[in-house]
Design a protein. Structure first.
Length: 418
């Protein structure tokens, strides 16, 4: 299935907004040390200087800083608050039609990407481009999706002061073109690195994405924009997507939180903000997907806050929940009848070898329903993502089954709720 032209995908997909209240906040992120089979080594500083397919021979001798994960030892929210910022995305268009011959519509979700050239993965992606950092099948999956969604975990800016934190990520605004080369149709900004260079950096990020023609959710010039969903209409079937960050829970909004008249991310420091945003999104759509930046870094299973939030979001109207932030793959579970993918981990975010994958949600608009949900096993090696097959595919599927007793995952990665 080939990708629609940009004019079709953006100009013909209906992008609407609803008001809601959500704000989130994250701790330091980075490379998981020994998480699952194939997990990254935190001691590997490799960076690529190549512009073609990744291989060990292309690895640069020049060492770049290594991102190391900080495993939670205290409850999320006990650390210092970070700052944030955001702006509004107003892409609107007409309804669209499914591109597949069988009338289905596919939304594909990927985890974290990084384009900061000061780190190995960002250096590789900005030098090699999408064609040098994803194998042919991965590119086909991304570009062939009717809607491809990825987490943009950095700012596009050359301005602003770095906020006080362990890692600050940014990239030249020109690199936003790589998103288009990957096939990205929507990016999530509700994460703990969108505001790494303060309000200036955030506003530059929003302007960059709008100029590049890449819609975003999870951040904005004020709370209304940051909490607004993206709503797509496919043959009369309306799908909304809400994105929020839920790292800190405290009585005061984190510095990066969007407020009335203040740019920031959708930082749900009060869970009810998330639930209200989901209720509003569901009210204007047939199907609501909630994308959350949450959980404990380096942990393969969800924490109590993730479980609480998934239950609350499902009760508020979420039909599918997709998560990120832990930088490793986590459990695929359920909140009642709602599938929950707790973390897709890193997609292309650090050096080393680690397991990853994408989720393909296939809808049948004529029946207004989700037809299938599939996990596609992948692995990142030397800053290039490879789609797994054979024994390696089965190894990763077996690992995901071991984490996910509440669901069934077949030999092709199809997920069902018993």
């Amino acid at each position: 299935m080939s990708k629609h032209p940009v004019s079709y995908r953006i100009g013909r997909i209906c992008r609407l907004f609803a008001t809601a209240g959500i704000c989130l906040h994250l701790a330091a992120c980075g490379t998981p040390s020994g998480a699952s089979a194939g997990a990254a080594s935190s001691s590997e500083p490799a960076a690529s200087s190549g512009t073609s397919a990744a291989s060990a021979a292309e690895t640069s001798a020049e060492a770049l800083p290594v991102i190391t994960v900080v495993t939670d030892t205290v409850e999320d929210g006990d650390g210092p608050a970070e700052e944030n910022t955001a702006e509004k995305n107003t892409t609107e268009g007409n309804s669209t039609e499914p591109s597949a011959p069988d009338g289905t519509f596919t939304i594909t979700f990927a985890g974290d990407i990084l384009m900061d050239p000061g780190y190995a993965a960002g250096d590789a992606l900005t030098k090699r481009g999408a064609g040098g950092c994803f194998d042919e099948e991965a590119l086909s999956i991304m570009q062939g999706a009717d809607l491809f969604v990825v987490n943009n975990e950095f700012a596009y800016t050359s301005r602003g002061a770095a906020v006080s934190k362990q890692y600050n990520f940014r990239s030249d605004p020109k690199n936003a073109q790589i998103l288009k080369d990957m096939g990205a149709d929507l990016v999530t900004l509700g994460n703990n690195h969108t505001y790494d260079y303060g309000e200036e950096g955030l506003l530059d990020t929003l302007d960059t994405l709008k100029t590049a023609g890449v819609p975003y959710i999870g951040a904005g010039k004020d709370l209304e924009e940051a909490s607004s969903p993206a709503v797509y209409t496919i043959s009369g079937f309306r799908i909304s997507l809400v994105n929020a960050e839920t790292i800190l829970f405290n009585s005061n909004p984190p510095a990066q939180c969007a407020l009335e008249g203040k740019p920031g991310t959708f930082d749900c420091y009060r869970p009810e903000m998330l639930f209200e945003a989901v209720r509003k999104a569901k009210a204007e759509s047939d199907y609501c997907i909630t994308v959350l930046h949450w959980g404990s870094e380096g942990k393969s299973t969800p924490n109590e806050k993730q479980l609480m939030l998934s239950r609350g979001a499902a009760e508020a109207g979420a039909d599918l929940i997709i998560g990120g932030h832990p930088h490793v793959l986590q459990t695929i579970g359920r909140a009642g009848a709602v599938p929950v993918v707790y973390s897709l981990g890193n997609y292309l975010f650090h050096s080393g070898t680690y397991d990853t994958g994408v989720i393909q949600a296939v809808f049948r608009p004529s029946d207004k329903r989700l037809e299938s949900l599939r996990f596609v096993p992948m692995q990142c090696r030397n800053m290039k993502v490879f789609t797994l097959s054979g024994s390696e595919k089965e190894r990763l599927l077996k690992y995901m089954r071991s984490l996910s007793p509440e669901v069934k995952i077949d030999e092709d990665g199809i997920i069902t709720l018993p």
